[in-house]
Every structure is written in structure tokens, then in C-alpha cells.
Ligand binder design. Structure first.
Ligand SMILES: [Zn+2]
Length: 255
């Protein structure tokens, strides 16, 4: 790990033109105030009622384009966010998801269609953000075929290459000050409470200068090839602890 202070990436998930009223306007205000360059994880053709199927907000696509122009990275957040597949992928947090175990030709088609929908809105997705963290080797191959080689996922403490992709880890769901490393904080606007917004606001007041962007990570971080076998024991323990915490929480608070 680099011997410098921690850096943070902000990632906003479940963005769709039919989002219900949520914390998105307040999050957008903070993005503007601190000139953040987050990952915007957009569902290209949302069909998941849980994310909102309201009439499309006419401001949605122009907002995304303006943020892209200001340096945000566009994340392809699956295709329809319909989590009808069952299986454990690379990041085993949820057994039900959209992609794991889906035949390769279908994954390739969904990803191609998703990219096409975003490109039709003049957005260029560069980062894969799997719904419910579910993706497998066929997903990575399909992404590679369509020119996406960056994955925002996993619990490593630093970016690395594995399985033919470049992984930028995503470890936190709320801001937390860390001593070193690269930490992606993922927010879901629909479930971002006023309390969480308050914590984000005060964290940004203190740490906004330590927020980076995907292009800066690619330029500034040394990115080594790694595999599960070559990860340091401490890093494997880090990931195992994260999975254990996640599954313990789900046992206590099933949803
Ligand atoms: Zn999602």
C-alpha cells in the first residue's frame, strides 16, 4: 500500500431517469460544492420497481452529461437491474443478482445494449458496477469484448489487476476516515438518510481534498497484477472479515 494518506472515491449507485424523490439533489449539491468527480453508476434500462419506475425526469440525462464533462466517470450498473439470477460470483455478497450464471451470449447482449443506451445519451461508460456485486468470468469477458476493463468492486485495500480486468475496490457504504489506501464509498440515493447525508457533509468538509477520480487513480496508483493466490495474507484476511461482517449483518437484519 502507498505510504501516503488515504484517498477516497465517491460512487453513486442506482441512478435511473425514473428515480423517485430521494437524496440525489442533496448529494448533487455536495458534488458541486466540493467539485467531486464520482463514479455515477447508471442502470441503462431500469425495470426494477425497487429503484423507481416513475416518469423519466427530463433533467436526468443532461445532469449526467454535465457531470461527465466535469470529470465524473460513468458506471454501467448492469442492464435492467432485474436480479433474477442465482449464484455466487467474484464478490459473494448476494446470491440473487442480475448476471452470475447467465449464459455468456446473453450477458454479452445485455452489456452491449446497456452501453448502447448510455451512448445514445452521449455518455461513455468506462466502469462496471454490478448490481448486487454479482458478476462472473463470462461478465468480465463480455465487458472486455465491449471495451470496458475497469471494475468497481471487491474488498482489496488498493487497486489491482486480476482476471483480465482492473479492479478499483469498493469497501464502504458510508464515509470513514482511513489511515492509508484507496477507499470507495458507495451511496444509494433512495436509502441515504438525513443522518448519513449529515455525516457525508462533515466528512467532505474535512477530507474533500483527498477525494480522487477514476482517471487520477489510473494515472497515480501503481497497479500490480494480483490473484487470490498472490494477495498478501493480510489482504485476504481483510476481504474475509468484510464478507463475514456483511453476512452477519444480513443474518441479523434479513431483507
Ligand atoms: Zn443497484
Amino acid at each position: 500500500m502507498r505510504n501516503s494518506p488515504a484517498e477516497y472515491l465517491l460512487r453513486i449507485d442506482d441512478l435511473t431517469p425514473g428515480m423517485p424523490a430521494s437524496a440525489w439533489p442533496q448529494i448533487l449539491t455536495l458534488i458541486h460544492r466540493y467539485q467531486l468527480q464520482p463514479i455515477l453508476a447508471i442502470v441503462p434500462d431500469n425495470r426494477d420497481p425497487a429503484l423507481g419506475l416513475a416518469a423519466p425526469d427530463p433533467d436526468f440525462w443532461p445532469q449526467m452529461r454535465a457531470l461527465q464533462s466535469a470529470g465524473a466517470s460513468i458506471g454501467l450498473h448492469g442492464y435492467r437491474h432485474l436480479c433474477a439470477a442465482r449464484g455466487w460470483g467474484f464478490v459473494p455478497l448476494h446470491r440473487r443478482n442480475e448476471f452470475v450464471g447467465v449464459p455468456a451470449h446473453l450477458q454479452r447482449e445485455w452489456i452491449g445494449q446497456g452501453i448502447g443506451i448510455l451512448r445514445a445519451q452521449a455518455l461513455e461508460p468506462t466502469v462496471w458496477v454490478a448490481p448486487r456485486h454479482g458478476f462472473d468470468r463470462a461478465t468480465l469477458r463480455a465487458l472486455h469484448h465491449h471495451g470496458i476493463s475497469i471494475v468497481s468492486d471487491g474488498f482489496a485495500p488498493r487497486p489491482h489487476r486480476a482476471h483480465g480486468a482492473l479492479w478499483i475496490p469498493q469497501q464502504h457504504w458510508e464515509p470513514r476516515a482511513m489511515p492509508a489506501g484507496l477507499w470507495t464509498i458507495c451511496l444509494h440515493p433512495a436509502t441515504t438518510t438525513t443522518a448519513l447525508l449529515g455525516r457525508l457533509e462533515s466528512f467532505l468538509a474535512d477530507h474533500h481534498a483527498r477525494f480522487t477520480s477514476v482517471p487520477r487513480v489510473l494515472r497515480e496508483w501503481p497497479i500490480a497484477q494480483s490473484s487470490v493466490a498472490s494477495l498478501a495474507v493480510s489482504e485476504r484476511l481483510f476481504a474475509l472479515r468484510a464478507y463475514a461482517r456483511h453476512h452477519a449483518r444480513r443474518l441479523l437484519h434479513p431483507h
